[in-house]
Every structure is written in C-alpha cells, then in structure tokens.
Design a protein. Sequence first.
Length: 460
Amino acid sequence: MNDAHDGSTHTPDASSEKTSSTVSQEGQAAPARRGASRTGVSRRALIGGAGAVVGAAALAGGGYAAGKATEASSLRRQYDFLGDHQSGIVTPAQDRMHFAAFDVTTDDRDELIALLRSWTEAAATLMTGSELGTGIAGGSEYAPPDDTGDATGLPASGLTITFGFGPTLFEKDGVDRFGLADRRPSQLEELPHFSGDTLEERLTGGDLCVQACADDPQVAMHAIRNLSRLAFGVASVKWAQLGFGRTSSTTRDQSTPRNLMGFKDGTRNLRAEDTDNVRTWLWSQADDGQEWMAGGTFMVARKLRILAEIWDRASLSEQEATVGRAKGSGAPLSGGNEFTEPDFTRPGADGDPLIPTDSHVALAHPDANGGAMMLRRGYNYTDGADDLGRLDAGLFFLAFVRDPETQYIPMQNAISSGDAMTVEYVRAVGSAIFAVPPGVPVGSTLGGDDGAFIGQGLFA
C-alpha cells in the first residue's frame, strides 16, 4: 500500500484567472468551455465572493504552488471537463472521493449512447459548480427538480468526474450486447483472483464506473447522486465507495499523506510533472491495439480492508520491518530521508538486508518490477464496524496504468504471495478494472442528439 511507483506530466506556470475561466485537467488556466450547456444557477455565485479572482499561488498546479492551499482557495478551484485526457487522473489529487460502478440494464445501444451523452453534458456542468438544468426551483412544480439541490450554495470544490468502461460492457456471458466485442482493448481483461483475496461478489466488476473527486465530500456525493438519477432505466449502481484523505500525491507540490496504518503512502508514485514517464506508463497510444483508446488509460480499483486490531498490536519495529520504511520520517530502512532511494542490498548488523526482502517496499518498488510504474490515486475509507465490533476500514486502491498485464498484475502477484503487509494485515474484499477513454476535445459541442460524449470513438 505504501510504495508502488513514481512518475510525470506538465506543471503549469502560476497564473491568476477570472471567474469565467476554469483550470484545465493538469491545473492550467483555460478558457471557459464553448458550446456546452451552462444552464442553472451557479453555486459559486450564490455564496457571494467564492467565484472571485483567486491568486496565482492558489491556482498553479491546482492550488499547491506556494505551499498547501488554504481551505477556501481549494474549494474555489475549478477544472475544465473538456481536454485531451479525462480529468481526475493527473489532476492534483483532491481530499475526497465518491466512486460508483454501474450495471447497464438495457440492451439497446442507442439508449446507452444517450446515457453517455447525458452524463457528459451533466459532468461538464457539475464541474463548473452549477446546478443541472433549471436547478432546484426553475422547473414545473408538478415534476421533480432537475437537480437534487444538496450542493446548491457550495463552490465547485475542485470537482473532477472520470468515466470508465468495464470488460462486461463489451461482452457478458458470451453475449455481445452492444456490438462492441471486437473493439474491446486486449489490455481490458478481468483481474485474476490473487492469493489472499477474500472478494465479495457485490464489490466486484461493473459495466461502467464513475469516479468523482472533490475537496468537499458533499460535492462529490452530489455528482454521483445526480448521474445515478440520469441513468434511471438504463443503468443502476452495482456498488459504490466513499473515500477520504488521499493516500498518494499526484504532483510534486503535494505533501506525502499517511494511510490508516499510519505510514506515509505513495512516496514513489508516478507524478504529473514527469512527462516522459507519464507518456510511457500512463496514456494509451493508437498503436496499443485500439485507436479509440489513444489518450486514455486503464483503471484498477481494489478495496483493501486493514486488519486494524491486529496491526495496532504489532510493535513499532514489526510495523517498520513489514513496510520497509520508518514510520515517523517515511525514510527507507536503509537510511536517508523519505525520498532517498532504498538500498535493498545494504546489510544490517546481523548481515541481513536492512530492508527485509518480504517488506512491502522491497516487493512493490519499481526496481522489483522491471521498472514498471503506475499512477496511484487511492483513498482511505471506513464503513464503520462489522458485526463483531471490529473496525471496517482500509484503502480504496485506485491506480491508472497503460497496460495492467505488465504494470499491475505482476506486482500484485508478488505482494499477494510474499509481502508481509499484504499477507498478514490486509485483505482485498473488492476488485474491478475499467478502460478509461480519452477526454472530450476542447471546443466540442455538448448536449442534444448530436453532442459529443465520453467514449464516442468506441461507438464510431
């Protein structure tokens, strides 16, 4: 959970912006969308001043250019839905997440496309901090409001919405429901059952997924709630997860967070600024097999429950040996500081390596996996307590990779069978994989029967 990988894209220069502008998916100031519906009352306008000009330090790199952004400035952040890549991937990781996997309940291809068009327009509107349609008070008194209203009065809060397609959207039980089977990427295979998995069927798979991230949990929940309403009769939620407290940094301006085991997490994560690594390890290319996926990526979702009561009784030395890092500083046990490269050969007084060979760091580090990297974007979660009164909490692991077969599965096989942390203290209870298509190009017209939509290339 702690050390899987390091990486890259572009960090923009600091620049101030006006209310009419948004921040691009990589954190850049970008012109307001053209052609997209902006109906509804702006939540930003309603709170009086929340949409005012924000200083350069709060906006550069998504709000972390000159140290950690204040709470107010992080809530005022706004990202553009349109772009070459979907938002919510290399975007600076927000503090809250609501993830939902959907089963498509229709067999009608046109209804599926209509849903994706509707979701695309809605996502673009929600990310501006606006209500959907006529909002909570502008429609007929005899019909439900167009928006649920639970985020009315709240700013955009850095909301990003990311969509994905599961393997079963292409073919399910041998049936090609939507004529997409021959367009399924070869990289989109169901994840294997890894050693130690205790998966619950209700927490696995899905035809579609939506990841909503924001710095306000109510804004993220509002997005999923309204997208679920729009899906009525076409798709329904199969499973969902709320997350809090990011467990990795996606830009170098962000500090390293701690997970629920108390350790700094994601020190060696792929980061947005390392453009060469991002190009190599994150974004799909046209010659990877399916041209429609160029500019997209693949998402691995794993719900990992921590056996907290057992972990909390382990000694500090046992915990550090299990992870391979010092609990306080985050430095590798071979010495240095948090960002010092681990020395897996350096011996201790007893002649054994200072970093145990079965530690999480030793098995998850890129050096142990052919140099392969991934962009991790996970969150802590808690679902209260189970029926025995034990804490039901852990890590909702999310990772984005160009090729799961070479970047994720070999590493997971290694840590599932030999990693002391995974074997002794963590249990996987949920698992899924999704193809995340490229973004909707800037300048696209959204809405109506001819509007651009997410995944449009798949249906061309």
